[in-house]
Design a protein around this ligand. Structure first.
Ligand SMILES: C=CC1=C(C)c2cc3[nH]c(cc4nc(cc5[nH]c(cc1n2)c(C)c5CCC(=O)O)C(CCC(=O)O)=C4C)c(C)c3C=C
Ligand SMILES: [Fe+2]
Ligand SMILES: [Fe+2]
Length: 362
């Protein structure tokens, strides 16, 4: 085994702190070949689809990868922008703003990078760049507020796999969730309040989260509970009563039962129950993407309106808003305690280095 290292590192180099934010990943282009590549990597992950490998290999290659790439490419085309996939450019913006924010306290000693669990930029490539830049302490923040083995757990797997082939491992911290973090909850509530200032308050607020198969909950995945807790905390912050909001689950994949109630079935049923004015918000998505823009913004709007709904709005994700970046920075900074290198300490470290250079070490 040839463990990977960087032989030309400088001995005097100050240790840097690396903050790596990650998200799920997205195809490189909204076309069938790119989707086939992306979906093959994503859906072959045993954390995502827990079906016996040989059987799943047959279904994935024999059925899904023949049909889904073309269908999904058409959906991605409707959300694609000049800057590419929304998920990718929002993540890029989040990392850039987080870098600026953390630099205020840590100067050049902190390096913020972004990577994707599937597709590019790959986690290993970005860690290479960080280690080469002198990062010896690494914080990984998957941008999934609610923990699930399928998302957060899988991101850890990718990192752990990457570490198995490295010669010099950094100190490492992993933020596995922040579903009840006060700053995150306040940022979500503020985003909703700002929307209400412009568009008014709905009859019902729907908190819609990406679903997972029901059996993951039954086997001990905390995702379902964490989603409900996030909704409850945001609702409290907004002063809502139990009857003012609902928690639902979207983006079902495959035939088995997923977490319920389903977002689409709920929106189809609400008008008949007299609920004709709703707003949907997706606190589990830290960035707008196909699943929010197209599925919630378009597809589910149609279901609601076809069923007799009169007013429907999607409240955008936190994306790279200041309140979101402030919340993420606070989460990261809490994790950095003990590692903290403030600008003052950095300056005195630089002075010490200079003295050593001028007078030699004692
Ligand atoms: C936010 C948390 C997410 C969980 C939990 C999650 C679980 C999960 N997803 C699939 C299958 C697909 N998801 C797809 C897109 C997608 N999923 C998330 C997030 C979570 N998924 C995001 C942010 C996105 C959007 C990516 C983008 O490029 O915009 C897709 C691809 C799109 C499509 O072909 O429909 C699939 C497939 C499973 C099976 C699963 C849990 C087991
Ligand atoms: Fe998904
Ligand atoms: Fe979807």
């Amino acid at each position: 085994m040839d463990y990977r290292g960087f032989p030309d590192f400088s001995h005097g180099q100050a240790d840097k702190i690396g903050v790596l934010v990650t998200n799920l990943g997205t195809p490189d282009a909204p076309d069938a070949p790119s989707l086939r590549r992306y979906l093959r990597q994503f859906l072959a992950d045993p954390r995502v689809v827990e079906v016996p490998r040989a059987l799943w290999w047959l279904i994935l290659n024999g059925v899904i990868l023949r049909i889904r790439p073309r269908r999904s490419a058409a959906a991605y085309k409707t959300v694609w922008t000049e800057r590419g996939s929304p998920l990718l450019f929002h993540t890029k913006d989040q990392a850039a703003k987080l870098q600026q924010k953390l630099q205020q306290d840590y100067g050049d000693n902190v390096v913020v990078g972004y990577a994707m669990r599937y597709g590019s930029p790959a986690i290993g490539t970005v860690i290479d760049e960080m280690l080469e830049a002198g990062v010896r302490k690494l914080v990984l923040l998957p941008l999934y507020p609610q923990y699930s083995g399928a998302t957060t757990g899988s991101t850890f797997d990718a990192l752990a796999h990457d570490f198995t082939r490295r010669r010099w491992l950094p100190d490492f911290r992993f933020i596995s969730h922040y579903h009840d973090d006060a700053g995150y909850i306040k940022a979500c509530a503020a985003q909703i309040k700002a929307f209400w200032t412009q568009h008014g308050q709905p009859q019902k607020l729907i908190f819609s989260y990406h679903g997972v198969p029901l059996k993951y909950l039954q086997k001990g995945d905390p995702y379902h509970c964490e989603c409900h807790k996030t909704s409850r905390l945001i609702a409290n912050e907004l002063g809502l009563g139990n009857e003012d909001y609902l928690t639902t689950f979207q983006s079902r994949f495959g035939r088995e039962e997923w977490l319920k109630p389903y977002t689409d079935a709920t929106l189809k049923a609400l008008p008949e129950q007299g609920v004709k004015n709703v707003q949907v918000v997706c606190p589990g998505f830290s960035a707008d993407c196909l699943e929010t823009i197209e599925e919630i913004g378009e597809e589910n709007r149609e279901y609601f309106e076809e069923a007799g709904g009169e007013s429907y709005a999607y409240i955008p994700a936190l994306n790279a808003t200041d309140a979101h970046i402030d919340a993420l920075a606070a989460i990261v900074q809490r994790e950095l305690q003990g590692w903290q290198l403030t600008r003052d300490e950095q300056q005195s470290a630089e002075r010490a280095q200079q003295l050593e250079k001028d007078y030699g070490s004692i």
